[in-house]
Design a protein around this ligand. Sequence first.
Ligand SMILES: C[S@@+](CC[C@H](N)C(=O)[O-])C[C@H]1O[C@@H](n2cnc3c(N)ncnc32)[C@H](O)[C@@H]1O
Length: 290
Amino acid sequence: MSDSRNLPHGEFFQSLSADEKGYHKLAAWLKAHAGIHMPPTPKNFTLMASRLSKIMGTLGLSSYADVHQRLEKGDVKVQKAFIEALTTNKTEFFREAHHFKVLPRIVQDILQKKSELRLWCAAASRGHEPYTILFTLLEAGFHPLKHGLKFLASDIDQSVLEIASKGVYAADELGDVPIPIRDRYMVKMRESAKGERWKVRDELRQLMTFACFNLVEFPYPFQHKFDIIFCRNVLIYFDRATVVRVKENLAQVLAPDGYLFIGHSETGSGRVASLQAIETAVFKKLEEAS
Ligand SMILES: C[S@@+](CC[C@H](N)C(=O)[O-])C[C@H]1O[C@@H](n2cnc3c(N)ncnc32)[C@H](O)[C@@H]1O
C-alpha cells in the first residue's frame, strides 16, 4: 500500500482535504471531546487538512482513517496533538479593553463583602489575558496577598499553557500594554538572537496556577466557587447547545453575586436564567432561589 506521507506536502494536503468521509469522523470526535464545532464547509476542509498535515508525519499517521483509529483507541499522545492542532489560540494583551475598565469596580464591590478573591481565566491561551487581568488589578491598588488572591488560569491546550506559565513575550506581542505598566510588572530579558523579549515578574507569575482544563467535561469539579470567571472568545467555537451547557456549568461554580466575563462577540448566544447581563459581555450570578 502506498504511504501518502511520502507524497510532497502539497499533494498530501490535497489528499487530506478531499477526504470528506474522514473529515466527518474527525470533526465529530473533536466536537464530542473538545466542544469545537467545525461544520463541513470548504474553509473547514482546508483548515483541518492544513493543521493536521503538519503533525501527522511526526505521529506516524498517513490518513484521516489512521488518525481516527488512534483517537478512538485512546492514544493520549494523538488525542492531545489532534486537539492542540485544531484549537485557535489567538489572543492579545488588553483585548476588548472595555472589560478592563469595569473590572476594578467589580473587584471593589466583591471585596466589600469578603476578604478573598477567587478568579478563574478559563481559556487563558498563551497568558496575555490572565496577565492583563492581574496587571489591571495591581494598577487599581489591589494587593494580591492582603486580599487573598487565588487565581487559576486554564486551557484545554497544554502547549499554550507552557508558554503562559513562562510569561515571556516578544516586544511586538506587547501591543496595547502601556509602557509604564510594562515597566512595573515585566522585566526586559538579556538581548538574544530571539530579539527583544519581556518576562512577567516571577513574583507575579507565581500568583497564578496554570492547569489543563476542558470546558466540555461536565460537571466542573471545583471545591470552592469563583468570584470572577473570564471565559472569553472560546464559546464562539461551540454550537449553541454546548454554549448553554458551558454557561450553566460556569454559573454553577460562580459564587453568589459572582461575575462572568465572555467575549464581546459571544453575547448573542445561549441565554442562561441564572446569569443577568449587567454590562456588555459581563453577567452577574443571580441569588439562588431558596
Ligand atoms: C481564541 S483563544 C481566546 C484566548 C483568550 N481568552 C482571549 O480572549 O484572548 C481560545 C482558547 O480556547 C481554548 N479552548 C478551546 N476549546 C476549549 C475547551 N473545550 N476547553 C478549554 N479551553 C478551550 C483554546 O485552546 C484557545 O487557547
